[in-house]
Design a protein. Structure first.
Length: 281
């Protein structure tokens, strides 16, 4: 069982963040282990457990009753769930079923910006894997209001074929990750998600054809990092006070520099179309 407390994580991620950003600001692949934090180096040494997945889910507060994240541990024996909240701690009464499961952990990071809470989530994911003594094959970072489903662009015959073979979108996603082994895997926000803040490749305005094109740009609302890529996650909080988008762009730049040609978008999948009205509250 993971015994690290939320207060430990909330305090320590700040020193963790200061060590993560490369001193050399040129976007080049790291030589050796130049800028890795000691916890990332420790993570690198852990054995990789194939077929195991960690979902690190970020939200303002506890998942709603109808949220599929509440049932993922019952749906999937191969997955762990890490829930990170920044506005309110988890509602212990309504989530008692989750709290009793050894494959569940919760971290509350109050008084943090969106990007700070994302970095705290990464720190918590690293710490849990160190405590467990192994790396998951994939760590999936997701917003609480996103859930993978088959794309509305698929014709009925194709979707029925995928459902017959894989049961549901999540099973298909795990199958593709295990078969393809990309450094990072992302999916679309769906054909209905066009806003001023949408990034081009996440809304089918670029490589929308083909099952798994490589992409240079994506929305950070849902994405999987391979266990060998996870220690090299980094972002830049230098301009976080101006806009939370800038930190996302820095993360895209770093990961393209490190994993060029190994970031894959699965066009058969997209985010569920449920309301995101409370996400930034």
């Amino acid at each position: 069982a993971w015994t690290r407390s939320s207060s430990d994580i909330a305090i320590e991620w700040k020193s963790f963040a200061r060590c993560m950003t490369p001193k050399d600001e040129r976007l080049t692949a790291p030589k050796g282990q130049g800028y890795l934090h000691e916890r990332q180096l420790m993570l690198q040494m852990l054995p990789l457990r194939s077929g195991r997945f960690l979902y690190a889910v970020l939200g303002a507060r506890s998942p709603r009753k109808e949220s599929p994240w509440r049932s993922i541990l019952d749906m999937r024996s191969d997955s762990n769930l890490l829930l990170v909240t920044w506005n309110q701690s988890i509602d212990y009464l309504s989530h008692s079923d989750l709290l009793n499961k050894p494959r569940f952990a919760h971290v509350f990071v109050p008084h943090s910006t969106i990007q700070e809470s994302k970095l705290a989530r990464y720190h918590a994911a690293v710490e849990w894997q160190i405590a467990l003594g192994f790396r998951f094959e994939y760590t999936i970072f997701a917003d609480e209001d996103s859930w993978p489903q088959f794309s509305q662009d698929l014709d009925d015959a194709t979707q029925e074929q995928l459902l017959a073979k894989h049961t549901d979108a999540l099973s298909y996603f795990h199958f593709r990750l295990h078969e393809d082994g990309p450094a990072r895997a992302v999916m679309s926000k769906g054909i209905g998600e066009y806003t001023a803040f949408s990034q081009p490749f996440s809304v089918h305005r670029a490589p929308s054809h083909g099952e798994k094109p490589c992409v240079l740009d994506w929305d950070d609302f849902f994405g999987a990092l391979h266990g060998t890529a996870l220690p090299f996650y980094t972002t830049d909080l230098g301009f976080d006070t101006l806009s939370w988008h800038i930190s996302d762009v820095s993360m895209l730049a770093y990961q393209n520099a490190l994993f060029a040609g190994r970031v894959v978008q699965y066009n058969e999948l997209e985010a569920s179309s449920e309301s995101r009205g409370h996400y930034l509250e």
